[in-house]
Ligand binder design. Structure first.
Ligand SMILES: CC(C)(COP(=O)(O)OP(=O)(O)OC[C@H]1O[C@@H](n2cnc3c(N)ncnc32)[C@H](O)[C@@H]1OP(=O)(O)O)[C@@H](O)C(=O)NCCC(=O)NCCS
Length: 155
């Protein structure tokens, strides 16, 4: 297993990351990011961590740093590798390298119970609610809005 910080623009790696995003969020009604969004994340200076198993990319996490605070813009682990500790490793690796970060926050759909449990198990706590934050992109609820939870970790 290998964890790498993307330190130069690489279109193929960004494509691979987007593929993982599509795999991780295959069951989500809120698939919103296109490849261009990951390119934008890179060009705005976000830190993009990748995790490889035997040369294969299996997960990524995108962090935007502002002072001592980092926001998780997106995190995903390939569906058949979830719940095996890789998501946690991505976040810990980031915190180890950027050790002046004192807070990490993020928004998550209030119905994404798996992800909420993941963050709570890492010590994040609920600090707020953003009403009608996400819009369902598909399924019976298409067009409807849903709240987001604001979670925070004090490191
Ligand atoms: C959320 C996600 C990134 C977590 O990564 P992961 O590799 O599956 O999670 P890990 O295996 O590192 O889990 C770490 C901890 O969270 C817990 N956890 C993970 N998924 C859980 C779940 N569904 N229910 C309860 N706990 C869970 C694990 O038990 C583990 O705790 P432990 O170390 O005490 O055993 C990954 O599952 C994913 O890509 N999900 C789909 C995309 C998504 O929802 N992204 C987040 C949107 S904000």
């Amino acid at each position: 297993m290998k964890l790498l910080l993307l330190n130069k623009y690489d279109n193929q790696i960004l494509r691979n990351i987007h593929e993982i995003y599509l795999s991780a969020f295959a069951n989500s009604s809120f698939q919103i990011f296109r490849l261009e969004d990951f390119e934008d994340f890179f060009s705005m200076g976000a830190k993009i961590y990748t995790i490889y198993l035997n040369q294969d990319l299996i997960g990524y996490a995108v962090f935007l740093i502002n002072g001592n605070v980092a926001e998780i813009l997106s995190i995903g682990v390939k569906s058949n590798y979830q719940k095996q500790g890789y998501g946690k490793k991505l976040i810990y690796e980031f915190l180890k390298k950027f050790n002046t970060i004192s807070k990490v926050n993020l928004e998550v759909s209030c119905k994404n119970f798996d992800a909420i449990n993941f963050y709570l198990s890492m010590g994040f706590s609920k600090i707020g609610l953003r009403k009608n934050y996400y819009t369902f992109r598909k399924g019976d609820n298409k067009g409807k809005k849903i709240d987001a939870l604001l979670l925070e970790l004090n490191t």
